[in-house]
Design a protein around this ligand. Sequence first.
Ligand code: LLP
Length: 434
Amino acid sequence: PLSAKVNSQDCLEIGCCDVSELVQQFGSPLYILDEETLRTACRQYVAAMQKYYPGSSQVLYASKAWNCLAVCAIAFSEGLGIDVVSGGELYTALEAGVTADKLYLHGNNKSKDELNLAISASCTIVVDNWQELHNLVVIASINELTNPIRIMLRLTPGIECHTHEYIRTGHLDSKFGFDPNQLDDVFAYIQKQPSLNCVGLHAHIGSQIFELQPHQDLGAVIVGWLKKASTYGLQISELNVGGGLGIRYTESDDPPSIDEWVKTVCYSVKDACSAENIPLPKLLCEPGRSLIGSACVTAYTIGSTKEIPEIRTYIAVDGGMSDNPRPITYQSLYRAVVANRMSAPQSQKVTVAGKHCESGDILIKDATLPQTNVGDILVVMATGAYNYSMASNYNRLPRPAAVLVNGGEANLIVQRETYQDLIRQDRLPARLSN
Ligand code: LLP
């Protein structure tokens, strides 16, 4: 889906921009985000929701995948709302111009400051647990709020799926959401709180999921909760089925399409509603990875190599686990190309290492690549999701810049950090500074 091609110099072009030239202009490593791919995925989600769901619907972008001003603004301009999970993400979305009616705040331990920011911005708060419910009631009473706080409830659906255990959230033993076995107590409590306006219910199963069955099963579960809410006199008008659709990182990955995934969630909710004879609620979903994952690549410069005869050849790039912590965290697999030698024969098996002081700092084990030279540009594909957003300054590496490409134009959307940035928050105690 990435709008990439190879130009007459045998170089990779993304958004009609030559990747080697981008690296010359903006430095290395560099996140290169293709606007067209991101917008296309947004449109596919919105169009599929409209096609398969007769009721009203809203696609939210789960901005934890990549939250910055430009990405929030692009998603919002495509009609998407934004799911945020912290005060920082909320602040960024607000600064990007996202309006309150399209903002949803998640989190299993929101601070009072975060709740207050959400309330003053009038966004919807997706309440995760009992403590948060109590905190909201107290905040409403201390501040003598006149309008009830717009909330949804996150529940654990008790649905298992096949993905890495760190990114599974649907099982009952999850840290997220209310235990559905306590639903009666939760509804009874909320029904008595005039300061809370509970408009919806939410469930999220997990991430990088290739099966459709878990989302097929979710409709009946979540609509069952909706039915229960009505017995408590609660007018629930929104259901959010979360995100989770996986993307293709390597040749062997074969995820369903956006259209297939949306069709599944829509039919599952629609069928459950008609079985229960319930009018269709507004349906929300909140994908992250499948919107932005394939839209970005990371360009690195190869700086050194190490050949251990008959064992392994390492090629080392100028980034690594600080700009892409996914391989070391989840054993995630990636695919790479040499951007300045696109049609050269894939003649060697090498291990792409980062530059961090850690043996596990390997981006790709046993990548098949053409012969490489120091100075070549190695591009790791599909790095849009959870790379920039999980990046760190480990070993005091400045975080890379990010550039948005489209139709031959390149715009910096995140500036490269400098050494000055790295010590900006450092303070020397006075007695050490002379
Ligand atoms: N909604 C909720 C409540 C979530 O917790 C998540 C992801 C999403 C939506 C978006 O899921 P997606 O469509 O992106 O799968 N850092 C991990 C992924 C963590 C996902 C956390 N929650 C990774 O790099 O694989």
